[in-house]
Design a protein around this ligand. Structure first.
Ligand code: UDP
Length: 376
């Protein structure tokens, strides 16, 4: 890939006017983090129009990320959330189509695997707008996982597929998409490199669901849990029983999806049930935790970046690269199994870095420039 070298290009009015237009669509927490990593680089060479679908809307699931990470204010906020998958995706498609017809961008840029990703990609494909999919090729091979459907459909209608790690790139090859694909590295790693030293654990205060503010315990486990699969009373109570029986307390920021069930399940005295924290707080909690238990794709990679042992309560693999040397192990939502997997000691090979060099954003923008015929 070629590289644009002239940093003054940015200030040149003629160049500003010649810049191609990218509409970026985000909607959910992990996409705000990826946007924070990519947008500053993208805006050097493209005019970006940012669309927030509204899929995540609580202050601490959305606005806080824009504020803390200095993400530009969205040009459009579509205010669409809730309902069934089809209702949400359908409403988003209609609203995004209107934006795309008005803005007439040269590219649509989408991240990951949410309903916002799929809706935007479908709307753009029908308008013949080229699509750039960041985090392409991730496959769990589990078609009951709603995100798997979003990932596969988005990849197959995209023009430019940017994989975060070798496994995703290989999946794209297997599906005959190699000629549109590049391996660029993981934008979550870019974000981790950029932001993981911003907060220090001693400054951190946690807000319990009751509103009371508490300190972070000196030693603790970190739990996040929000997948559809783990919102049931049976699964969630097994996970909580496991965490409650550990030698140190667990810090658990409760995702809005699980809040009602958590309140129903009642008291677990060794767990701090806290409101969702911002990204800077979350990676600080990851870095200082004893071990991590999660069902989140992003958290599994962050545990890996921080060298923390992780147990993933899912029955499918999201990031095969992390599943080495006991660093990340799958568990069923069963108390005994979670505890057993958690007791395994990991082995860390410092030279093993499957998620790139923290410069995925630069490679994404280079790929976009190249495909746009703009490399100088
Ligand atoms: N995260 C956060 N606050 C929290 C819990 C998680 O900022 O209270 C961050 C976490 O560090 C990771 C991202 O949210 O960067 C993961 O998002 P999520 O679990 O919602 O989605 P997934 O990664 O499963 O798609």
């Amino acid at each position: 890939m070629g590289i644009i070298k002239d940093n003054n290009l940015n200030n040149d009015t003629a160049f500003q006017n010649k810049k191609k237009k990218v509409v970026t669509v985000v909607g959910a927490r992990p996409q705000f983090i990826k946007e924070a990593a990519v947008s500053p680089e993208l805006r050097k060479y493209f005019n970006e129009v940012l669309v927030h679908t509204g899929q995540h809307f609580d202050y601490n699931m959305s606005e806080q990320f824009f504020e803390e990470l200095s993400i530009p204010k969205p040009d459009y906020n579509l205010g669409i959330s809730g309902g069934s998958h089809a209702q949400m995706t359908g409403k988003m498609m209609m609203a995004i189509e209107e934006v795309l017809e008005k803005e007439k961008p040269d590219w649509l840029l989408v991240f990951g695997d949410t309903n916002s990703t799929l809706a935007a990609a479908l709307a753009a494909a029908k308008l013949k707008i080229p699509i750039c999919h960041v985090e392409a090729g991730g496959r769990t091979h589990c078609m009951t996982n709603p995100e798997e459907i979003n990932r596969i459909c988005t990849d197959h209608i995209s023009t430019l597929l940017l994989a975060s790690a070798q496994d995703g790139f290989d999946e794209l090859k297997k599906e005959g998409l190699e000629n549109k694909s590049f391996l660029v590295g993981n934008t979550m790693y870019d974000a981790f490199v950029k932001y993981s030293n911003v907060r220090s654990i001693s400054q951190l205060k946690l807000e319990l669901l009751s509103g009371e503010k508490v300190d972070v315990p000196e030693k603790y486990y970190y739990l996040t849990c929000h997948r559809e699969e783990n919102t049931s009373e049976k699964n969630l109570s097994e996970i909580l029983k496991a965490m409650n029986s550990l030698n140190y307390p667990t810090v658990y920021p409760v995702h809005p999806r699980n809040r009602e069930m958590v309140l129903k399940l009642g008291d677990f005295s060794n767990i701090l049930f806290v409101k969702p924290v911002g990204y800077l707080e979350s990676i600080c909690l990851v870095k200082n935790a004893e071990k991590i238990v999660t069902d989140s794709g992003g958290l599994q990679t962050e545990a890996f970046f921080a060298g923390k042992k992780c147990v993933t309560v899912l029955d499918f693999v999201c990031w095969p690269e992390t599943m080495v040397d006991y660093r990340n192990e799958l568990s069923n939502p069963v108390e005994k199994e979670i505890l057993e997997k958690l007791s395994h000691e990991q082995i860390i090979d410092e030279n093993y870095k499957p998620f790139g060099d923290g410069k995925a954003a630069e490679k994404i923008v280079q790929a976009l420039l190249e495909k746009s015929g703009q490399v100088m």
